[in-house]
Design a protein around this ligand. Structure first.
Ligand code: AGP
Length: 594
């Protein structure tokens, strides 16, 4: 998820483009760039934040330009991989958001035809295709170029000597800001709100030809009309797409994030995986190392890989692993880190690498330190996660573990196929869970008055109890502990009182009956119990004070649904307590010190 912008009008484009990009940095910030139309095209770009690029800009009076702020997917953050990308002659410049899936084939073909490529990005094929098809109309060249593209894109192009922007959209968002004798292009509304509240949303397949005075919309080669909308939001509101906090916005992004993360790894036609490890017999045992929420995702991963693939898995906290004598041997070492920069995890990765382990990094950030050290990298596709408390990255990490476990699953083809189909349904089930937000908000109000809360779960959902407790701690400042339900009687029972609510994750799997028994023990100590249970579970309400009903799924997938319910519970509890949810005290999004 990157941010693209464009301007054509009567004012100097450079300061406007810089400001628009600053408004879109929540979409990606590992590199950025501008292209301004003058005699030719002047390009400024580097692997820096927009503030730093701004300092390097020379005065430029151009009234037309495009800009980009990047969240790398193909090609690590670097000056050459930053956008805009140009064609061989530098006559065409393009900024793009999305993924061109067939870029490798197109690149080979264009190189055979004599084009020279400079970057590792998928995007660079676009200016070269425009160059290939350009005669005297940028609009026609763009229309011909997009015929060759497969994947998702929203891009803006300029051509030397033509005072216009030409944009095209398929799957990735693209809006136009309508001004008086000026027009703006952007990936999202926040970019233009300092200048206009009149916007047009382009549809899939649309091309827009934009000059200072006029916008022409073209679809399937025909001129069409597009409706104008007035935006009632402030910039801050718009950056959160109307949500009050980035956290709740990111929680609502999870159905898309699951789809994005398994896209390309499970085929759309047959229920099979293609992670590249399916037949790799050298994987005999696995050690996963991580911190915080990523560590809890690893604990779920251990369960899944051991139960579905029968491969022994150890999981260790990175800061402990770094000072331990863990025997590594020929183990497959996996580090999980959303940011790819967490110091303890990076040190653990280096330690494993130095001891000769084959290493894999599972991360959300292309080009991050973890990707540069590990032998292999698998990317979760959560997009930029702004809120310090990890939510969508956790669900994306779980999705990756389902993919790894299913890739090595030693189940019969039919049940394996069934699970892959259930994984494909998971985004819809998560959406059903999100649709119950209001219901959960009530329990946030209830929980907000307590200072100590316990979370319990068993099996696959014990780590979810840990994650639920961490989320509540991080953003509401309530002291919360996650426990295996069977462990309470070995000590924590001493803390249970009518003032220590217990959140019990009650999934209908082989732990159900024992967990009910644990709930009776908890109730005997007069602690209020809130159960997280499947909607078809009519039994549970007899044993607890409140039931948060979640959509029914195969118990193997219950950690995802239960985690989303606990994210919402933590969010609404913190909101009721008036906490600064996106930037909690004493915490950082990426912990780069040991
Ligand atoms: C989670 O909400 C926290 N932000 C924190 O525990 C985080 O998971 C931990 O610091 C690990 O970060 P990483 O995944 O970027 O390595």
């Amino acid at each position: 998820m990157c941010g693209i912008v464009g301007y054509v009008g009567y004012r100097e484009a450079q300061p406007i483009l810089v400001n628009c990009l600053k408004r879109l940095e929540y979409r990606g910030y590992d590199s950025c760039g501008l292209a301004l139309l003058g005699e030719g095209i002047e390009v400024y770009k580097d692997a820096v934040r927009i503030e730093a690029l701004e300092k390097a800009l020379r005065p430029n009076v151009s009234k037309t330009g495009i800009g980009h702020t990047r969240w790398a997917t193909h090609g690590k953050p670097s000056q050459v991989n930053a956008h805009p990308h140009t064609d061989c002659s530098g006559q065409v410049a393009v900024v793009h958001n999305g993924v061109i899936e067939n870029f490798l084939q197109l690149k080979e073909q264009l190189i055979e035809e004599g084009h020279t490529f400079r970057s590792d990005t998928d995007t660079e094929v676009i200016p070269h295709l425009i160059e290939k098809y350009y005669q005297d109309s940028l609009e026609k060249a763009v229309a011909r170029a997009i015929v060759d593209l497969t994947g998702s894109y929203a891009f803006a192009a300029i051509h030397a000597g033509r005072n216009e922007l030409v944009v095209a959209r398929k799957e990735s968002p693209l809006i136009l800001g309508i001004g008086d004798k000026e027009h703006f292009v952007a990936s999202d509304v926040p970019a233009v709100l300092d200048y206009t509240d009149r916007v047009v949303y382009l549809e899939d397949g649309d091309i827009g030809v934009i000059t200072a005075d006029k916008v022409t919309y073209i679809s399937n080669g025909k001129e069409i009309e597009r409706a104008e909308h007035r935006i009632p939001w402030s910039v801050a509101e718009a950056q959160k797409a109307g949500y009050e906090h980035f956290m709740i916005k990111e929680i609502h992004e999870q159905p898309r994030v699951i789809r994005e993360t398994y896209k390309g790894y499970i085929s759309a036609i047959e229920p099979v995986t293609n992670l590249g490890i399916e037949k790799d017999t050298s994987i005999t045992d696995i050690l996963i190392v991580a911190c915080g929420t990523s560590y809890y995702a690893s604990l779920v991963g251990k369960h899944l890989i051991q139960s579905l693939a029968q491969i022994p898995v150890r999981v260790e906290i990175a800061s402990e692993f770094n000072y331990s004598d863990t025997v590594l041997g020929k183990t497959w070492f996996i580090v999980i880190t959303q940011s790819g920069e967490t110091a303890d995890s990076i040190r653990a990765l280096r330690k494993a690498k130095e001891s000769g382990c084959r290493t894999l990094a599972i991360t959300n950030v292309v080009g991050s330190s973890a990707t540069r050290i590990a032998d292999e990298t698998l990317y979760i596709k959560a997009g930029p996660e702004i809120c310090v408390a990890a939510t969508k990255s956790f669900i994306a990490q779980l999705t990756m573990f389902y993919l790894i476990a299913l890739a090595r699953a030693s189940r019969d083809v039919r049940s394996r196929a069934g699970m892959i189909l259930e994984l494909r349904q998971l985004p819809n089930k998560v959406q059903e869970m999100l649709d119950r937000e209001e219901e959960i908000a009530k329990y946030g109000k209830y929980l907000a008055k307590y200072e100590n809360v316990f979370f319990v779960g068993r099996g696959l959902n014990f780590p979810i109890a840990l994650e639920g407790a961490l989320k509540l701690k991080e953003i509401s400042y309530i002291h919360a502990e996650g426990y295996p339900a069977g462990e309470l009687k070995h000590g924590p029972f001493a803390l249970l009182t009518p003032n220590t609510p217990v959140i019990a994750i009650v999934t209908k799997d082989n732990t159900y009956d024992t967990l009910l028994a644990n709930i009776k023990e908890i109730k005997a100590r007069e602690s209020p119990v809130i159960a997280i249970a499947g909607e078809s579970d009519e039994e549970i309400k007899k044993y607890v004070d409140f039931v948060i009903k979640v959509p029914d799924v195969d118990p193997v997938f219950s950690p995802v649904i239960n985690a989303v319910a606990l994210q919402l519970l933590a969010y609404y509890t913190a909101r009721e307590r008036g906490c600064s949810i996106d930037t909690p005290r004493n915490l950082a999004k990426s912990v780069t010190v040991e």
